[in-house]
Design a protein around this ligand. Structure first.
Ligand code: 5GP
Ligand code: MN
Length: 343
């Protein structure tokens, strides 16, 4: 399998942008996950180490189990502190856009970001990035955006920049976006990076426990309830569906991050190749998560049926309406993709 390479011209362009600026904003997508928070805190840590001001700004809150990452407690959250975030964005000499490919993925922040003159640098691993970025490090073969941040920083140098705090953040992004290296992680150079990260002194077993052994009792109960009562398998379509209504989410006091990973679980069932989870975040607003194995295109389904997108094997979108209507949409997916699901 090939090794991933980033064009040196792109690195030169980023080097010049960093040299010319004093103040940078680092943005990630709505509902930030381990890769979003890991890659952004890693890059911000690097920029600060280079003597710059760097602020991570996220559209909405992120899970508590990521709060230990470098300076995570200083992350500005747009939907709870719009004024501060707008001021930070205005002061930025350049804006790094991490782990998303289109301004629509930062929701309410999109308009203000689009209105600023600051240059925009994209570092991301999603398909089909928009044209609104001045420099694009867009590599869909990367296991995570964190892997790309590592590569960019390694090429920018100096070698001392690869310190333990940086390495912990990068490792977290790589680990979470690959389900602890269970998928999207078949390139040998990924493990060369991990060896380099471990060279800094990180303890990968502790990082695993901080992220995956840090759930609430509510999450465990929700998991049991979801698998026992709410999982529907469609054996003739090799598919599975999990639904959680707003009322059920309230019953288990679901907090940010509590449903993380749930959608992957039905893929453990023999024969299941496509898994969908629908959770009603607010009455009438249903968040859709899709996962698949092999070549079943979640991103196509997400774009066609749920107004979203993502990766081949992990995508998301939304439905506005009742859960009954959302389930009908899911059944329409199974009808349309019957052949792809069963071949
Ligand atoms: P999750 O199911 O964890 O929320 O999202 C899985 C992946 O799907 C994310 O990493 C992201 O790439 C993509 N994704 C989720 N929601 C959306 C959406 O609304 N639009 C697009 N374009 N991608 C999404
Ligand atoms: Mn990612």
């Amino acid at each position: 399998m090939f090794d991933l390479k980033i064009d040196t011209e792109k690195i030169d362009a980023i080097r010049e942008i960093i040299a010319k600026g004093d103040n940078f904003a680092v943005l990630v997508h709505t509902n930030p996950d381990g890769d979003a928070i890991g890659s952004s805190t890693a890059l911000a840590h690097y920029l600060r180490k280079m003597g710059k001001v760097a602020n991570v700004i996220v559209p909405n809150a992120f899970p508590d189990f990521l709060m230990w990452l470098p300076s995570a407690s200083e992350i500005a959250v747009y939907d709870s502190d719009k004024e501060r975030c707008d001021a930070l964005l205005k002061d930025a000499d350049a804006i790094f856009c991490l782990d998303f490919n289109s301004l629509s993925r930062i929701d309410a922040m999109a308009d203000v970001v689009a209105s600023l003159d600051a240059r925009r640098v994209l570092i991301d691993h999603h398909l089909n990035p928009d044209d609104c970025f001045d420099v694009k490090v867009s590599e869909t073969k990367a296991c995570s955006t964190a892997e790309l941040v590592y590569r960019v920083v390694e090429m920018l140098g100096p070698a001392e920049a690869l310190d333990v705090a940086f390495a912990e953040a990068v490792y977290t992004g790589m680990m979470t976006d690959t389900g602890n290296f269970a998928y999207a992680s078949n390139r040998k150079d990924i493990y060369q990076i991990i060896a380099n990260l471990m060279q800094t002194g990180i303890d990968k077993d502790i990082i695993y426990r901080r992220v995956f052994y840090n759930y609430s009792v509510n999450r465990m109960k929700l998991l049991g309830f979801a698998m026992y009562d709410k999982l529907k398998v469609y054996p003739s379509s090799n598919a599975a569906l999990l639904t959680l209504t707003y009322k059920e989410m309230r019953r288990f006091c679901v907090a940010k991050g509590d449903t993380e990973g749930l959608v992957n679980m039905p893929l453990q069932i023999k024969g299941v190749r496509f898994s969908c989870m629908m959770r009603e975040e607010l009455p009438g607003k249903i968040n859709v998560s899709l996962r698949s194995v092999d070549d079943f295109p979640c991103n196509k389904v997400a774009a066609e049926f749920f107004g979203g997108g993502g990766h081949l094997n992990a995508s998301g979108g939304e439905v506005y309406g009742t859960m009954e209507y959302a389930v009908e949409r899911f059944k329409a997916v199974l009808a349309k993709y019957k052949e792809e699901l069963t071949r």
